[in-house]
Design a protein around this ligand. Structure first.
Ligand SMILES: C[S@@+](CC[C@H](N)C(=O)[O-])C[C@H]1O[C@@H](n2cnc3c(N)ncnc32)[C@H](O)[C@@H]1O
Length: 295
């Protein structure tokens, strides 16, 4: 496929920052209140299709549980329990759900990198609520140009590298890791070019291919150690998410109360329907990649 150049990555651009800066109310209503608040897809057990004719709160809890499953599965896949990293870089940390998870799971000191200044106090507050404020350090930085004073044992990135300029981002992460350190990410990849405009336009991303990620990483000394396809397990997340949004709309029409704007909910419902088809048709896929530096 001929995607936009990776150098076009909208990373650090004001459009991406604005997009995420305005997401807090939506994310909190759907995936909050935390303290581990995530903004990424979730995993369902293979073949599981839970009934969607259930109360809205049941759907919401299911989505959050699926997001947590994603982290548990990542930890297991990347061998974190056998060799827990003591210093972790969370690239594109969102509202800090992942950073808090790694601090609690490994007792690690986590540098949580965000490009949205307004997310720093949110991450701090949630880390305090989770009793890990001494371990989680949120910093505002463009992940393409990381400048961290210490070397980390590992870096993780959940659905954030799709926003970045991969050539610069992999180099920046490599420089932030100690020799032998690893960089593991969960992300979406484009298989059919005709979907690029719709997906990238909605999420302000610059989706790439596994090959492009691998080549950018290898140019910085990384070796791809593990490539795990989770597309079939995230597919159900789109369905459950659509069910929650439809239920949110039904509730708002009935009560005449609009915690989230009608247009945003309708746009989300339409987009998620399209994403479901794109993922089911394998126009896009979701994978976990584990890279390691020598040494
Ligand atoms: C889909 S969200 C995922 C957030 C978090 N990793 C999670 O799983 O909950 C993508 C995140 O990447 C961050 N991001 C995008 N471009 C970035 C950049 N250039 N530098 C740092 N963070 C960036 C956004 O602020 C956002 O928090």
């Amino acid at each position: 496929m001929s995607s936009r150049s990776v150098a076009d990555g909208a990373a650090g651009s004001s459009e991406v920052i604005d997009y995420y800066a305005n997401k807090l109310p939506d994310v909190m209503r759907k995936y909050g209140p935390g303290p581990r608040v995530h903004f990424h897809l979730g995993l369902f057990p293979p073949g599981e299709r839970p009934n969607t004719s259930v109360p809205r709160e049941t759907l919401r809890k299911r989505l959050i549980e699926a997001q947590e499953n994603m982290l548990d599965f990542a930890a297991e896949t990347w061998g974190v329990s056998a060799n827990p990293p003591q210093r972790i870089l969370d690239v594109g940390c969102g509202f800090g759900g992942g950073a808090i998870y790694w601090a609690q799971r490994c007792g690690a000191a986590v540098t949580a990198v965000t490009n949205v200044p307004g997310h720093v106090p949110v991450v701090r507050e949630l880390a305090t609520a989770a009793n890990v404020s001494h371990l989680v350090s949120p910093v505002v930085m463009d992940a393409n140009e990381l400048a961290v004073p210490v070397r980390h044992d590992a870096a993780v990135a959940f659905e954030s590298v799709c926003h970045l300029d991969r050539r610069r981002a992999f180099a920046a992460v490599a420089a932030a890791l100690r020799p032998g350190g690893w960089f593991a990410l969960e992300d979406h990849f484009l298989l059919r070019d005709e979907w690029a405009g719709m997906i990238n336009g909605y999420y302000r991303t610059n989706l790439g291919t596994v090959r492009e990620y691998r080549e950018s990483a290898e140019a910085c000394g990384f070796t791809l150690e593990r490539d795990t396809d989770i597309t079939d397990r995230v597919l159900e997340f789109w369905v459950q998410s659509m069910a929650w949004t439809a239920s949110e709309l039904d509730h708002a029409y009935a009560s005449k109360e609009w915690p989230l704007p009608e247009k945003r909910l309708i746009d989300s419902l339409i987009a998620h329907g399209r994403f479901f088809r794109a993922w089911r048709d394998r126009a896009a896929e979701t994978r976990m990649l584990l890279f390691r530096l020598p040494g």
